[in-house]
Design a protein around this ligand. Structure first.
Ligand code: ADP
Length: 595
């Protein structure tokens, strides 16, 4: 039942109770007063009769005759007037039957009496009065008067109706005011309820109208203050969260936080990218949403209060290597409040560490051979060969050649290091590729002839590329050096410039020994040589192609190789064509490529 209905009903019950109590009280007292008045009237009547018959009684007149006369005083039918003797006996009745109680009392006390009782002779309730007739203290008889009680009730009936009508009117007025009062009390409470509901739906800061200064009004004021405070708090929390999200979004490491139950609380964009977390992962169990079980295990361990740090390889995504630091979050009083994991992608770091280790190993290895050779020949010379001019010269020539090799190695390493650290400036400009290649090929013609290798060139009239001419020459030189190195006598090297869409392609094809398919994908790596012993004999360190690759890529091009073992290899690189640019507009833009 609603509060309003309860209030209204209570009000109605209270009004009804008050009416019943007051009505009953009024009705009773009115009835009593009426009855008393009637009884009094009967007594007066009895007295009048008594006074009237007193002389006759004194004379000793007949009681029956007296009664007959007395009855003439009856003011309406139904009124009984009787005369009894000094003992209360009525002539003509059974002397053994005791007189009525009011008669006995009147005779005993010698004063008028009245009563209300059931009258067996008429079969109704009647009012009785008795008046003793005395003569100088001597009782001569009793006048006995009665009237039906019904007459009193008849008199009272209009009063009852008036009372009932007044009561009903009072009840109606009470109900009307009860409705108004209950509404005025419950309306602000209803408003409060609706506002509280809006608050629970997240509509903060909604104020209720305060109309009164009573308890409900004060409750409204407190509610408004509470709602305002809540809005401020929620805004603070929201701002705090936004700041946190902004900070998290700015962190390149993946960050994932879980609650003590292992449910995901929050994560940043890096976590979405690195760990494949979807936005709907929030609120779900960490082992469900994280693809990597060890990572979920680390987070759960941290949530249980243990600091965790481990390096993991993530499944999928190219097997990224990550370093995970998972720490417990402590809440108030040091209670565990979950855990946060910071996942750092260390793939590149580990790769560069591995490359550095490999580089040191490779460089040491490459240095060792010529140094051993130099040391050996120097010792031989010191050991006496110095005095043998013929041998001494040959040994010194070997020492010089090895020293040159060492210098070439150091130069190549320096070049590679500069290229990798982007410390090289490119003078990009329109370059006539055809003319440049032709010039380089012409320069190589004597070497080819010496090695009995045919060297020819096929040009492409219109191939102006956007490049650094010195660097393009360096690339082509590297490729031609290799072709000459790995092509046997009687072989052939063909250099060709062609066009492929927006790029010009330079290819160097030889009929040399070719490259085994297993080695082909690696030949552009540093220190990689397809046939180690032979390549070393040929004087190479496996750095030329790595340098060429860097040079091509840093000018916006691409380099690749195809080969059929024992039939030959083709090395090609492409560069972007500049068609519109006039060749004369030479001074190229200084260009320093960045990562
Ligand atoms: P290197 O100084 O040893 O020649 P490169 O980086 O230029 O170093 O070449 C790497 C390896 O690729 C060589 O050792 C060789 O095995 C292979 N290679 C390069 N060019 C050719 C070619 N034209 N024919 C066959 N093998 C080649």
């Amino acid at each position: 039942m609603s509060l309003r209905a309860r209030l209204f009903l209570s009000y109605l019950v209270v009004v009804l109770l008050a009416l019943v109590v007051a009505g009953t009280y009024v009705a009773r007292s009115v009835e009593r007063r009426y009855t008393e008045s009637y009884a009094y009237a009967l007594q007066v009547q009895a007295r009048l009769v008594a006074e009237g018959i007193r002389p006759d009684l004194r004379r000793g007149a007949d009681l029956v005759e007296l009664e007959r006369r007395a009855r003439r005083f009856a003011w309406r039918p139904g009124v009984y007037i009787g005369v009894r003797d000094a003992r209360g006996w009525k002539p003509g009745t059974d002397p053994a039957q005791p007189p009525p109680p009011e008669v006995i009392e009147a005779l005993d006390r010698l004063r008028p009496t009245s009563t209300q009782r059931w009258d067996p002779s008429t079969g109704e309730v009647r009012l009785f009065a008795a008046y003793p007739v005395t003569d100088r203290g001597r009782v001569m008889g009793v006048v006995h008067v009665s009237a039906p009680r019904l007459w009193v009730d008849r008199q009272l009936r209009p009063i009852w109706w008036a009372l009932l009508t007044a009561g009903t009117l009072a009840l109606l007025v009470g109900a009307f005011f009860g409705l108004r009062i209950s509404r005025s009390v419950t309306r602000p409470i209803g408003e409060l309820e609706r506002s509280a509901e809006a608050l629970s739906r997240g509509e903060y800061g909604k104020a209720v109208e305060v109309r009164t200064r009573d308890e409900v009004g004060r409750l409204g004021l407190v509610f408004n203050r509470l709602s305002e405070r809540l809005r401020e708090t929620v805004e603070d929390i929201r701002a705090e969260r936004n700041r946190l999200e902004a900070v998290l979004a700015g962190i390149r490491d993946a960050v994932v936080a879980v609650d003590p139950g292992g449910r995901v609380l929050l994560f940043n964009r890096a976590a979405e990218e690195m760990l494949g977390l979807r936005p709907e992962a929030a609120g779900r169990a960490v082992e469900e949403v994280l693809p990597d079980p060890p990572l979920a295990r680390l987070l759960q361990g941290a949530a249980a209060g243990r600091e965790q740090c481990e390096e993991l390889v993530l499944p999928g995504n190219g097997g990224r290597v990550v370093e995970v630091t998972a720490s417990p979050i402590r809440g108030e009083g040091g209670r565990p409040a979950g855990a946060v994991a910071v996942v750092r992608d260390v793939t590149e770091l580990r790769r560069s560490e591995r490359l550095r280790r490999e580089l040191i190993a490779n460089v040491s290895h490459e240095l060792r051979t010529p140094l051993t050779s130099i040391k050996g020949f120097a010792e031989t010379l010191l050991g006496g060969a110095l005095h043998d001019p013929q041998h001494a010269r040959r040994f010194l020539e070997i020492i010089e050649s090895e020293a040159n090799r060492l210098m070439k190695l150091v130069d190549d390493l320096l070049e590679l290091s500069r290229l990798e650290s982007k410390g090289v400036t490119f003078q990009l400009q329109p370059v006539d590729l055809d003319r440049l290649c032709r010039t380089v090929v012409e320069r190589y013609a004597p070497h080819a002839e010496e090695a009995r290798i045919r060297l020819n060139y096929t040009g492409h009239g219109q191939a102006v590329v956007h490049a650094d001419p010195d660097r393009v020459e360096q690339i082509l030189t590297n490729l031609l050096d290799n072709a000459l190195k790995f092509t046997p006598e009687g072989g052939e090297i063909r250099v060709r410039v062609s066009r492929e869409g927006t790029h010009a392609v330079v290819s160097v094809e030889d009929t040399g020994r070719g490259i085994p398919p297993d080695d082909l994908p690696h030949i552009f790596e540093r220190f990689y040589r397809a046939d180690r012993s032979r390549a070393r004999r040929a004087g190479g360190f496996g750095l030329g192609l790595a340098i060429a690759k860097h040079l091509v890529e840093m000018q916006g091009g691409r380099i690749w190789a195809t080969s059929r073992p024992q039939e030959g290899s083709t090395f090609s690189f492409l560069l972007p064509i500049v068609q519109e640019a006039p060749l004369e507009a030479a001074p190229g833009d200084a260009h320093r490529p960045c990562a």
